[in-house]
Write a protein that binds this ligand. Structure first.
Ligand code: ASP
Ligand code: MG
Length: 413
C-alpha cells in the first residue's frame, strides 16, 4: 500500500465528463489499497475568466481581493470531484487550502508555502477516505486567502507530497510527459522517459509550461518522487523526474529546448560606472517583488555605462515605475524598454562534459540570420534573447542541430 498524491490540471477537470474520468482513475488507485490525496486545479479557462472579471472592475486590482476572486476556481473543482467520487461509492472529502491550513506568507498572488498541517488529512486517510485538496491556494497567518502564482497547483501537490512523505507525486496533465520541446512547434519533439531535477528546473524556469517552477524546486529539495503523466492515457509511464544523472555516452548532450515569449528588456542608459550602482537599480526592483532574469552591464566609457535586464512583460510597467522613482538617485539619462523579444534556451546536464555546445548553438542561429541580443549561461543551459518573430525558427533549427528528434542519436560534436 502506497501513499500517492495525484494532481490533476485544468484540462483534466475541464468538464463534468472529465471530472468523472478523474474520479474513475482515483477510485481505481483507491480500490488497489493505496491512500490517495488528490489536488486539483480550476476547470480549464476558469482562472483566466476570473482574472478577466476582476480586470473589468478594476484596472489594477487589489492583490488581496484578487486572490479572494481567483481562488474560487479550485473550490468548485474539489467539491465536484468529491461528489463524483461519492457517486461511485468512494468516501471522499474536500478541503480548501485554508481548511487544511496550508500556511503561506502574505505575498498575495505569488505566496510561498511555509507550513502544511497534515493532521486532518492523515486522519481522513487512515479512515479510508480519499482526500481532495484545492490547489493554488493557502492562507496567511492572519487567515487571509492567498494564491501561489499561475500554475501553483503543481506546487500544492508537491508540497503535500513532501509534508505527507508520499511515495510518489503524480502530476496529471494533458500531455503524456516532458518533451524535448513543445510539439506544437516541433512535431518531431520526443517524450523523455526521465529528466533530472536540475534540467527540469531549468526547463520550467525557462518557459516550459509543464510544471510550475516552484513545484520542481520543492520536489528537488524534499526529494519527492515526481512523475508527469497524461490523464487521457491509461498506459503511459510519463516522465520521471530523477535525482540521478542516469545517462550513458550515447545520450544527447542536450535534453531539451525551452522558450518564453514573456520577455521584456529594460535598458538604463548613461548611469555612472561606480560601485553600488547595480544594487541601487536592482534593490528597489527586488523590493517590489519583481523577478529579474538576465542582467547585462556594458563595459564603461567616460565613467558612464549602460545597464540592461529582463523581466516578464507583466512586470514591465511596475518595474519602469520603480525606476522612474530611483532615476534621479542613480543619475540615469534614459530608460528604454523593448517588448518584441523572446528567449530560447538549450538545456542538458551533458553540457558539462561536452565543450563546443555554445559555439554550435550560435552558429546554428547565425546560419539562419538570427541576431542574438543577450546571452546567459549556466553549467547546464545556454539562453539567448532574440527577436520574437524568430522564435519558432530558432527552436526548430536548434532541435534539429542537436539531434533531439531521433531516439537519442549520437551528436556529432
Ligand atoms: N488555476 C491556477 C492557474 O490557472 C492554478 C493551476 O492551475 O495550477 O494558474
Ligand atoms: Mg499547470
Amino acid at each position: 500500500m502506497a501513499l500517492i498524491v495525484q494532481k490533476y490540471g485544468g484540462t483534466s477537470v475541464g468538464s463534468p465528463e472529465r471530472i468523472k474520468n478523474v474520479a474513475g482513475r482515483v477510485a481505481k488507485f483507491h480500490a488497489q489499497g493505496h491512500q490517495v490525496v488528490v489536488v486539483v486545479s480550476a476547470m480549464s479557462g476558469e482562472t483566466n475568466r476570473l482574472l478577466a472579471l476582476a480586470k473589468e472592475l478594476s484596472s489594477a486590482p487589489d492583490p488581496r481581493e484578487l486572490d479572494v476572486v481567483v481562488s474560487t476556481g479550485e473550490q468548485v473543482t474539489i467539491g465536484l470531484l468529491a461528489l463524483a467520487l461519492r457517486e461511485m461509492g468512494v468516501s471522499a472529502k474536500s478541503y480548501t487550502g485554508g481548511q487544511v491550513k496550508i500556511l503561506t506568507d502574505d505575498a498575495y498572488t505569488k505566496a510561498r508555502i511555509l507550513n502544511i498541517d497534515d493532521a486532518a488529512i492523515r486522519s481522513d486517510l487512515s479512515e479510508g477516505k480519499v482526500v481532495i485538496v484545492a490547489g493554488f491556494q493557502g492562507v496567511d497567518a492572519d487567515g487571509n486567502i492567498t494564491t501561489l502564482g499561475r500554475g501553483g497547483s503543481d506546487t500544492t501537490g508537491v508540497a503535500l507530497a513532501a509534508a505527507l512523505k508520499a511515495d510518489e507525486c503524480q502530476i496529471y496533465t494533458d500531455v503524456d510527459g516532458v518533451y524535448t520541446t513543445d510539439p506544437r512547434i516541433v512535431p518531431e519533439a520526443r517524450k523523455l522517459d526521465t529528466i533530472t531535477f536540475e534540467e527540469m528546473l531549468e526547463m520550467s524556469s525557462l518557459g516550459s509550461k509543464v510544471l510550475q517552477i516552484r513545484s520542481v524546486e520543492f520536489a528537488g529539495k524534499y526529494k519527492v518522487k515526481l512523475r508527469v503523466l497524461s490523464s487521457f492515457e491509461e498506459e503511459s509511464q510519463g516522465t520521471l523526474i530523477t535525482v540521478e544523472e542516469n545517462r550513458n555516452m550515447e545520450q544527447p548532450v542536450i535534453s531539451g529546448i525551452a522558450f518564453s515569449r514573456d520577455e521584456a528588456k529594460i535598458t538604463i542608459q548613461g548611469v555612472p560606472d561606480r560601485p553600488g550602482i547595480a544594487c541601487q537599480i536592482l534593490g528597489p526592483i527586488a523590493d517590489a517583488n519583481i523577478d529579474v532574469d538576465i542582467i547585462i552591464q556594458n563595459s564603461g566609457h567616460d565613467g558612464m555605462t549602460d545597464f540592461s535586464f529582463t523581466v516578464t512583460r507583466g512586470d514591465l510597467d511596475k518595474a519602469v515605475k520603480v525606476l522612474d522613482r530611483v532615476k534621479s538617485a542613480i543619475d540615469a539619462a534614459v530608460i528604454e524598454t523593448d517588448k518584441t523579444l523572446c528567449k530560447v534556451s538549450i538545456i542538458g546536464v551533458g553540457m558539462r562534459s561536452h565543450p563546443g555546445v555554445a559555439a554550435k548553438m550560435f552558429r546554428t542561429l547565425a546560419e539562419e540570420g538570427i541576431n542574438i541580443n543577450m546571452i546567459s549561461t549556466s553549467e547546464i543551459k545556454i539562453s539567448v534573447v532574440i527577436e520574437e518573430k524568430y522564435l519558432e525558427l530558432a527552436v526548430r533549427v536548434l532541435h534539429k542541430a542537436f539531434c533531439l528528434g531521433d531516439s537519442g542519436g549520437e551528436d556529432e560534436e
